[in-house]
Design a protein around this ligand. Structure first.
Ligand code: CMP
Length: 134
C-alpha cells in the first residue's frame, strides 16, 4: 500500500494506520519516502498510455509518501474493500477513500490490484531486511 501525498499533507496518516490495525492487518513493512519523477513513472508504468499518467506521476512525486506492506488472509482483496473505489465520489461509506480522499487522483491510498503486482510493488520499495512477517 501507499499513503499518497494528500494523506501526509492532510494529516491523515494516523487515522489510516488506525483503520489498518482495526481491520486486522499486520503491518510488516512501513517507511516514508520521496519518489522521484522516474520512480513514479516506473511504478505506474502499466498506466503509461492513460490520459492521467503524466499528472499522476507529477502528483506522486510532488511530496513524501508512505509505502507499506500489509499481511492478512486474502490481503489484496481485503485492502481493496477497505479503501473503496478509485473515485471517492463512488466509494462506499466508511471506506478510506470515502473518508479521506480529495479526488480521483489524490485519492489518499494505493492498493495493489493483484497478488502478482503486490509482489512486484513490494520488491520495488523494500529489501528483505525491511520486512518482518514472523
Ligand atoms: P491507484 O490505486 O494508485 O492506481 C492508479 C491511480 O491512478 C489511481 O489510484 C488514481 O490515483 C489514478 N487515477 C485512476 N484513474 C484516474 C482518472 N480517471 N483521473 C485521474 N487519476 C486517475
Amino acid at each position: 500500500m501507499i499513503l499518497k501525498p494528500d494523506t501526509i499533507i492532510n494529516k491523515h496518516i494516523g487515522h489510516i494506520i488506525t483503520k489498518i490495525e482495526e481491520n486486522g492487518f499486520k503491518i510488516v513493512g512501513l517507511k516514508l519516502i520521496r519518489m522521484s519523477r522516474k520512480d513514479a513513472e516506473k511504478f505506474y508504468e502499466v498506466h503509461k498510455e492513460r490520459p492521467f499518467y503524466n499528472d499522476l506521476c507529477n502528483y506522486m512525486s510532488s511530496g513524501p509518501v508512505i509505502v507499506g506492506v500489509l499481511e492478512a488472509e486474502n490481503a489484496v482483496q481485503k485492502w481493496r474493500d477497505l479503501i473503496g473505489a478509485t473515485d471517492p465520489k463512488e466509494a462506499k461509506e466508511g471506506t478510506i477513500r470515502k473518508l479521506y480522499a480529495t479526488n480521483k487522483e489524490a485519492n489518499a491510498v494505493h492498493g495493489s490490484d493483484s497478488v502478482e503486482n503486490a509482489k512486484k510493488e513490494i520488491s520495488y520499495f523494500f529489501s528483505e531486511r525491511e520486512l518482518s512477517s514472523d
